[in-house]
Design a protein. Structure first.
Lengths: 410, 410
């Protein structure tokens, strides 16, 4: 492996985010380019999880619902996430999973325009979004219309009830112009529901400024909330009291501890809670979100752009002729914080990289994807990752039969 | 406080479950009678949570989905719970919350009998059950019929689609005869959905033997899975492939990592998964469930009965004349594993007890409730708890104004 060049080491020395790397546990010998699938462990999450188990659960027991603020965690963490979204503190709440939050918002919002019968989304959207929308459409006697990305905007019409889009595409990294698409849909009388799973904690977001009315997002990717961390949802203030969650649970009741037979939804964002939140996972998520305290998201984005551009340039220069095709947009304003390549042997290459300590991921059928997380990656990591990729391609070490074995999660 | 009498100490000495107490963390100076709301911390959960955070998340990172069995956790923990339910290993899965699992099963099962338009349940059922059923009924154009407990069985009729009952009542502890009620409903052409939240890990269960077809239950009560632990659901094998979850998520897809646009439900119980499970909370739940390994549930139940009978007898003998009215059934076969009293000052008495280290809970409007958890309570605990209750009643120390202050969770 060749030495990290002087000019790349200089980038690290000048990196204003370099110190934040120390907020995370990063295993030796690993270059972790999968923080867009599971964010790295914030050191704060270790003590937070330990405290929550030992002191809050173990010692204070049931009293912790009041004494350690468990009951307020969905709103409290929601407020902290709202700061990363460009949303008001009362517009975001942590609950359930992205899947379930999508369902809540589709079923809550569709009745606002009962005469419009179409849910519109994109072919190749993250599949849970497509699946949940197909179930919702059946239940509501609506149609799910699935259009190719390039045709989605022109498909918005008189019968469009709700437009369901993922802001940054999970595979290609393509990013929609949230303000323009939301405005276009609104002019056509439709409402847009944004999935921010691959955006939050990575790309600049300004939901209020951009006119977004509904959104959901993931806690375990760039927010570093831990495996399967609870998700969040956003409902613009003006809509909250007009929407009813289809999942009416006690935690979304106006008075959960009055134990009344009748359902009275909580005022505001609280009505989108359903059951009891998983507190240990909530605690880790809170530590993850707090890892952004003191972080300027513009600086994060500037570094993301630089990491991407360096990765793309090095692959172009040093891995030429091996059939890697970059499918992520070259223009920063059109992309997220990961870079993806198509290759016929993407699966094997990905496995060979992992065996060599470079953890990216494979996305079926032929994409290898690298997450660029400015808080804990440095420019030298990018150099070393591309060098290992080059070595694998040059040596054809990916042909080793063990790299063709498909696991359960691949 | 008077000494624990000899005959009660003898009960502890002869207790075959005495050694299991050492599997739990129990804070000094506390008699914990709220394990039916939040189970105590199993020592195993401390190391399990630590490992999951540090080694699985921190070091193995995304690889843990395969290497540490995260992806199989819902089925694996489900199999362990199935053993406590008298169900087949492939009939139970861990997912989401009780609230959300109720919704899944109502919406999945109701279309089996489309001509029947009534969801039948009990007034004063746990409110999340009532709320979720009311939302489901509206969505399905069905009626929610809510009958007083004594009228529920006779209300089952030609239009009953689904009977939704909680096996052990959260407030009174009254227990339905699962076999008889399920059979009665089936004869009338209806299906029964059991909420086992206050049963599992406490009372004897034999779902297969009793003909149960659908059930949900809670992970954080007697299963000791930690605050807000994920819940479980049970679907009898013969029904699984006839039901479609309304919450179609990628984790319930037949091939989650094929990333296909079309939804193909997983065969069997797996289709009832929706989004990504909260792994830290799952890990603690697994430790909680494993706390039952080597435990004979009949012995647990025998001790529960003895703890209850001792509690009831001591209150009758030593707290007479203070207006406590036991609302839990005297016959063991008719009750669960908690004992509840009605009292006009139930709230203040409960607060005074907590201040005195006896943690039970208040259930609105006038009930104080004590959970009896045979794995970590001893007979002396019962004596001491009732003595402190007697002291509070005799001295009227509950009149202290600080005990009237209502918290968020009361």
């Amino acid at each position: 492996m060749s030495q990290v060049p002087e000019q790349i080491r200089a980038l690290d020395e000048a990196d204003p985010l370099a110190a934040f790397r120390d907020r995370f546990v990063l295993p030796d010998g690993v270059i972790y380019l999968d923080g867009n699938s599971l964010g790295a462990l914030p050191k704060k999450a270790i003590s937070r999880a330990g405290d929550t188990v030992l002191h809050e659960w173990g010692s204070a027991l049931i009293r912790s619902w009041n004494d350690h603020g468990w009951i307020e965690a969905p709103q409290r963490i929601g407020r902290k996430i709202a700061a990363l979204l460009g949303a008001k503190p009362n517009e975001v709440i942590v609950a359930d999973s992205v899947t379930i939050n999508l369902y809540k918002l589709i079923l809550a919002a569709a009745p606002l325009r009962p005469e419009r019968k179409e849910l519109l989304t994109e072919a190749g959207n993250f599949h849970t979004d497509l699946h949940i929308a197909s179930g919702a459409a059946e239940l509501l006697n609506m149609r799910l219309r699935v259009e190719q990305r390039e045709n989605v905007e022109q498909a918005i019409g008189d019968d469009t009830n709700l437009l369901l889009l993922t802001h940054v595409h999970y595979k290609t990294g393509e990013r929609y112009d949230m303000a323009a698409v939301t405005a276009h849909a609104r002019e056509a009388g439709a409402i847009t529901l944004w999935d921010l799973s691959h955006s939050v904690g990575a790309v600049p977001l300004a939901l209020n400024r951009d006119g977004a009315e509904l959104a959901v997002g993931c806690g375990y990717k760039y927010l570093n909330g831990g495996p399967g961390a609870p998700a969040f949802l956003y409902v613009a203030e003006h809509l909250q009291d007009r929407l009813m969650s289809p999942l009416r649970g006690w935690m979304g009741h106006a008075a959960p501890f009055a134990f009344t037979d009748d359902y009275v939804p909580a005022p505001g964002i609280g009505r989108f809670l359903a059951g009891t939140p998983p507190i240990l996972s909530m605690a880790a998520l809170e530590a993850g979100v707090e890892g952004f305290s003191g972080v300027d998201m513009d600086v994060v984005w500037t570094k993301s752009v630089a990491l991407f551009d360096l990765f793309a340039k090095l692959v172009e220069e040093r891995c030429a002729g091996y059939g890697l095709e970059c499918i992520s947009p070259p223009a920063p304003s059109k992309r997220g914080s990961h870079i993806s390549y198509r290759h016929p042997q993407a699966f094997e290459i990905c496995q060979a990289l992992i065996a060599d300590g470079v953890i990216g991921d494979f996305r079926s059928p032929d994409v290898v994807r690298f997450g660029l997380t400015p808080l804990y990656l440095c420019y030298s990591n990018i150099w070393n990752a591309v060098e290992r990729l080059r070595h694998i391609l040059e040596s054809e070490s990916w042909r080793d039969p063990r790299f063709a074995v498909r696991g359960k999660v691949t």
